[in-house]
Design a binder for this molecule. Structure first.
Ligand SMILES: Nc1ncnc2c1ncn2[C@@H]1O[C@H](COP(=O)(O)OP(=O)(O)OP(=O)(O)O)[C@@H](O)[C@H]1O
Ligand SMILES: [Mg+2]
Length: 486
């Protein structure tokens, strides 16, 4: 098997192209079909549908499969930062007023539309309401949660719920993938992976790929390892911390989640008063406050080892603070976060990176996301490559973290970002020198730090390839051997 083959994401490779191939969710698929049929006889009462459901259950897949089955053209409004009123009017508005070039129907897809509500202050929601009311073309929104959709949009749309899939259905799909990949699988192993995914097909396929790729046989024992690695949600982690008894399990559960230690402590802190009573709250608070001190030291001294102590205190420390079992209240997100709902999801980050790569490669965001990003990720095992990529496409720390599969606050991410900025600075200075700005280096050496920051932000991205020789100038830096090698 060649390397490019090994890195293609199976979830993309096996994405159904027709509604009939979608596993489970038969009712939503037939509702979608019925809605599409109405469009063949004019404009229906409900001109837009909202597909809602948890991640990885087939919403985006169904949207594109529908267009495929009815031979509709697709217009997609993807990245959340395109969702301003003017962008929505420009792209969706125009598409909704005119038929496609061939005179056929075009499906306007607003994928992951949860945050249109959030951009309402920029007029996104109102623009969309107007477009839905007036469109002559079908509009399809996908969201994870209907709570994220503004009532004015909700009232105009047909809501179609996508349910999480049963483990048995997921296991059958995994079996087909294994057969296709020529891997002999123990059915129990597949069921285990399916159960771990809690209804999320994408996660199940990703987990399968992680354990099975490159193997000829997959045994149940192979999956025990992955089940430890498989991602817990923040709610699973909170359950293990507040309701569990096993301190190791509480700590280990935190390794698979996306939350940074600073975010995790907010979740635990917010939920503690509702989960425990009396003296147990005081004991757990004591553990949390000590964890907070260690987190402070991480920031103050850039000593990332302190994360370990903070992690143990905020998880195991809280677990052992309870003197009895509690029935358990519903977990709530930290209130600070309710105000900060604009925090980018990993899909938004993925789309933003794809867009940047697309601009540099003169291709669409979608093409970059599906065909280039997997290779970029593969190449990103080489740290120097990531530095050049970050400089070349001007990635921010969140985007670098996504590319290397790390958490946003790690030292590695920060140093890569810094080195990329240095590269940009060096190359910009070289260019200035070439065109006669000979004293620029001297000036830079003398300038105040705040001015330096301002100037660095203004520096434009550079062409690929140019910075290479600059990286070789830093031989004293030992190359890292793993993502967590700080
Ligand atoms: N019902 C399904 N049948 C078959 N494959 C599925 C199904 N749901 C998801 N998948 C697989 O998972 C991948 C991700 O699915 P999809 O992008 O449709 O999820 P989604 O519901 O849009 O999730 P998100 O909310 O994260 O955007 C697909 O590429 C496909 O391989
Ligand atoms: Mg989707």
């Amino acid at each position: 098997m060649n390397t490019s083959e090994t890195k293609i994401e199976w979830s993309e490779k096996y994405r159904p192209t027709s509604l009939s191939e979608i596993v489970g969710n038969n009712k939503p698929a037939s509702d979608l079909r019925a809605w599409a049929l109405q469009w063949q006889h004019g404009i229906p009462d409900q001109r837009a549908v909202i597909l809602h459901g948890k991640p990885g259950v087939g919403k985006t897949t169904a949207a594109h499969a529908l267009a495929h089955d009815f031979d509709w053209e697709v217009i997609e409004l993807n990245a959340s930062d395109q969702r301003t009123a003017s962008a929505i009017r420009r792209v969706a508005g125009m598409a909704s007023e005119t038929a496609s070039m061939s005179g056929g129907t075009r499906l306007i897809i607003l994928d992951e539309a949860d945050n249109i509500h959030g951009t309402a202050d920029r007029g996104g929601a109102q623009a969309l309401v107007k477009i839905i009311k007036e469109t002559s073309q079908p509009i399809l929104l996908t969201v994870n949660d209907m709570y994220g959709v503004s009532p004015s949009i909700k009232n105009l749309c047909m809501a179609i719920a996508f349910r999480s899939l049963q483990s048995r259905s997921i296991a059958l799909l995994l079996r087909k993938i294994c057969q296709n990949e020529g891997i002999v699988c123990d059915p129990e192993a597949l069921l285990k992976i399916a159960e771990n995914a809690h209804g999320d097909v994408r996660s199940a396929i990703n987990d399968l790929q992680a354990v099975a790729q490159g193997k000829r046989e997959l045994h149940r024992d192979d999956v025990v390892v992955s089940s430890r690695d498989s991602r817990d949600t923040i709610f699973d982690v909170l359950k293990k911390i507040f309701r569990g008894k096993d301190i190791k399990e509480a700590l280990n559960a935190t390794y698979g989640i996306d939350e940074t230690p600073d975010d995790l402590i907010q979740w635990i802190d917010e939920n503690l008063p509702a989960q425990y009573r009396g003296g147990d709250i005081a004991d757990a608070m004591h553990a949390l406050s000590r964890a907070d001190i260690f987190l402070g030291r991480v920031h103050l001294r850039q000593n990332y080892r302190m994360w370990r102590y903070a992690g143990a205190l905020m998880t195991s420390g809280v677990t052992v603070s309870k003197s009895r079992e509690y029935p358990g209240a519903r977990f709530m997100p930290p209130s600070k976060w309710r105000m900060l709902r604009s925090t980018r999801t990993s899909r938004q980050v993925r789309d933003a990176i794809s867009e940047k790569i697309g601009v540099q490669c003169q291709t669409s965001q979608r093409y970059a996301r599906l065909n280039l990003l997997p290779f970029v990720k593969m190449l990103s095992a080489d740290r120097d490559y990531v530095v050049r990529l970050a400089a070349w496409t001007n990635l921010d720390t969140t985007e670098i973290a996504y590319i290397i599969g790390s958490k946003k606050d790690t030292k590695k991410v920060k140093t890569i970002h810094q080195e990329a900025q240095e590269l940009l600075k060096d190359v910009a200075l070289e260019e200035v020198d070439i065109f006669g700005g000979f004293e620029s280096r001297a000036k830079v050496a003398q300038e105040k730090p705040e001015e330096k920051g301002k100037r660095e932000n203004q520096v434009k991205p550079v062409e690929q390839g140019k910075p290479e020789k600059k990286i070789e100038k830093k031989p004293e830096k030992k190359s890292q051997t793993s993502l967590f090698d700080f």
